[in-house]
Design a protein around this ligand. Structure first.
Ligand code: ZN
Length: 178
């Protein structure tokens, strides 16, 4: 009876010839998907960054550094020897709960988020930094005083690579764009 069983005949089984186009189209679809998501991703970046105002900005030389959301850059650590919740690791708020990735203005940190001395550059100040782009002051830092700007990066290595640079930047204070 074994001869009557519905064994797949060799001529109908998928051969290398029929598999190749399918494999190729899957590959094409994958490339398309990657391309589309890259496009979407960059388009998302374009829409989340700010447009330079039409009004004339001020020009200044600033000391520009980089930071990310990490504990090193944002002074936080996990409480209870690394087992607990994120808490502020230094300064007057030491030990207080820390919301990672949230700026002092309450915004979500992303490319374009700038930390500055808000006594001089209030929240909402737009700054165009050559090599980084246009950003908006949404954050502060205990070490960010005077003509010092801290740029947000999504990765610690990128922030480290930026290092410390003196840059000629263009600034629009909130009063300039009104
Ligand atoms: Zn970092």
């Amino acid at each position: 009876m074994s001869g009557m069983q519905r064994d797949t005949p060799p001529e109908t089984s998928p051969t290398a010839a029929t598999q190749t186009p399918r494999g190729r189209s899957v590959c094409c679809a994958l490339y398309l998907w990657v391309g589309a998501s890259l496009l979407l991703w960059t388009a998302g970046c374009v829409t989340t960054t700010f447009r330079p105002p039409s009004t004339r900005g001020r020009v200044a030389v600033m000391e520009v550094t980089g930071y990310c959301n990490c504990g090193k850059c944002c002074s936080w650590e996990y409480a209870w020897f690394g087992l607990g919740r994120p808490v502020v690791s230094s300064g007057q708020n030491k030990g207080r709960a820390k919301q990672i990735g949230r700026t002092s203005s309450g915004a979500e940190a992303r490319h374009g988020t700038l930390a500055a001395d808000t006594a001089r550059y209030p929240y909402g100040t737009l700054v165009e930094v050559p090599g980084y782009g246009l950003g908006r002051v949404e954050d502060t830092g205990s070490a960010i005083r005077g003509d010092h700007l801290d740029l947000w990066f999504d990765d610690h290595e990128k922030a480290r690579q930026w290092g410390r640079q003196r840059k000629l930047v263009k600034i629009w204070l909130p009063s300039d764009t009104r």
